[in-house]
Design a protein. Structure first.
Length: 436
């Protein structure tokens, strides 16, 4: 059954740039554009900025460098330096490799306000108004109101590519069978005796499996990150067959994940040293999603680019995180496939690959960019670029590109790529192959 429903909406904001999503890519995009003097509105569905760090309690950023070069220069370095300089004493030895999430949220609140970004929490993007390949309005739904935002350029930083998909952009999702990487519900734990911790090992897992501790016998256990004295952040366990772009599937994942966390509580407390007095404080309000849509853009970054350490004429950054594809199915074949890729497709110190601007310019649209996890890649490359430092890189570039585009009516392809690269280098972006 369907209904015909129509409504006249107010245009609540009229800005240069609209940003959907306030995770690491969205924050970087909005702040970068606003600092160039552009009027920016950012819609964030949760009650805080930060994305995976604040909403999914992912305990670690992953590396900002390739061991020799600081790859997430500019906004990413600003984030990292702030956390190091302001981290509470109990967090300092482990920051920023582990994330002091409350400090990060405060920093994001402040940096967005200082840049002059207009924003609203608890606000989702529910539609797009398109005319001849141009996005005219984003339709937002907030507490007790639905309204439109008019902008010259639009940036999708939702991670799942929600706004681009609503606008009608093409996308790929999952592997050839449509299955996506397993999700993980993270959590915060207290009472850990870090000085005597013995991490997970094959023998401990085998014993726990034999004793039927787990309903889901999963050998891939990323583990527990030391966040502060006695405190850990878990990235433990996988929830399979979850589609992060579907609310019903996410609901199922949250219920399964919370139940599974109790099994990991038993495992850590009874089978591993240092965790005997550990207790679960809280599970994340949102399950951690590794993979959903990869939006079709003018170029698809692929695993061959990773292997060749590719250079591009339109580079907006370089990155080095390995191909980290968590298995879509809880099988030996799936786990062996993860281990094979993760050990083989990784770089030596100082190696990195280029990220082209074209993997962010949405095919078929004149003024729509994507940044973060939903940029245009194949499945393998998404598993590299999806982590937070990668999102800082593409988000910053999208914000700068949108600022330049807004001076040309929002057109994301008519400005000189060298102008974008020059502006990014001035911020501190790592672009060794681009002129000054």
């Amino acid at each position: 059954m369907t209904i015909d429903y129509q409504k006249i909406l107010p245009v609540k904001y009229d800005v240069d740039i609209f940003v959907a999503g306030g995770g690491p890519a969205g924050i970087a995009a909005a702040v970068t554009a606003a600092r160039k003097g552009k009027r920016v509105f950012l819609a964030e569905a949760a009650g805080a900025f930060g994305g995976a760090a604040s909403q999914s309690l992912v305990p670690a950023f992953m590396p900002f460098t390739d061991g020799e070069h600081f790859l997430a220069g500019g906004f990413g370095k600003e984030v990292r330096d702030y956390l190091i300089d302001n981290c509470p004493e109990n967090f300092k030895p482990y920051c920023p490799d582990s994330i002091p999430v409350e400090l990060l949220k405060l920093f994001y609140d402040q940096v967005v306000a200082d840049a002059g970004v207009q924003f609203c929490f608890f606000t989702g993007v529910i539609d797009a108004v398109i005319e001849d390949g141009w996005v005219k309005y984003a339709v937002c739904n907030g507490k007790s109101e639905t309204y439109a935002v008019r902008a010259k350029a639009f940036i999708d930083c939702t991670g799942d590519g929600d706004f681009a998909a609503l606008a009608g952009a093409g996308y790929q999702k999952g592997g050839v069978d449509g299955k996506m990487m397993a999700a993980t519900l993270c959590g915060l734990w207290a009472g850990i005796d870090w000085e005597n911790v013995q991490g997970s090992n094959t023998q401990a897992l085998d014993k726990a499996f034999a004793n039927k501790v787990f309903t889901n016998e999963d050998r891939h256990l990323p583990g527990m990150w030391r966040i502060a004295t006695g405190i850990g952040g878990s990235n433990a366990g996988h929830v399979y067959d979850i589609d992060g772009s579907d609310a019903a599937s996410l609901t199922e994942g949250m219920v399964k994940g919370r139940r599974q966390m109790q099994e990991y509580r038993q495992y850590y407390k009874e089978y591993l040293m240092g965790f005997e007095n550990m207790e679960l404080v809280i599970t994340a309000p949102q399950i951690g999603i590794r993979e959903t849509r990869r939006i079709d853009c003018d170029y698809r970054l692929c695993v061959d680019d990773f292997i060749s350490r590719a250079n591009f004429y339109d580079e907006i950054g370089r990155f080095s995180y390995p191909i980290d594809i968590h298995a879509a199915e809880n099988t030996k074949q799936g786990y062996d496939g993860f281990m094979k890729a993760y050990t083989a497709l990784r770089y030596n110190k100082g190696e990195n690959y280029g990220i082209p601007y074209r993997c962010m310019t949405v095919k078929g649209f004149g003024n729509l960019l994507v940044a973060g996890r939903c940029v245009c890649t194949d499945r393998e490359m998404e598993a590299s670029i999806r982590v937070m430092p990668g999102c800082f890189i593409t988000g910053q570039a999208a914000g700068m590109a949108a600022a330049l585009a807004s001076e040309k009516g929002g057109d994301i392809r008519t400005f000189e790529i060298t102008a974008l690269q020059k502006s990014l280098k001035e911020l501190g972006a790592y672009l060794p192959n681009c002129g000054t």
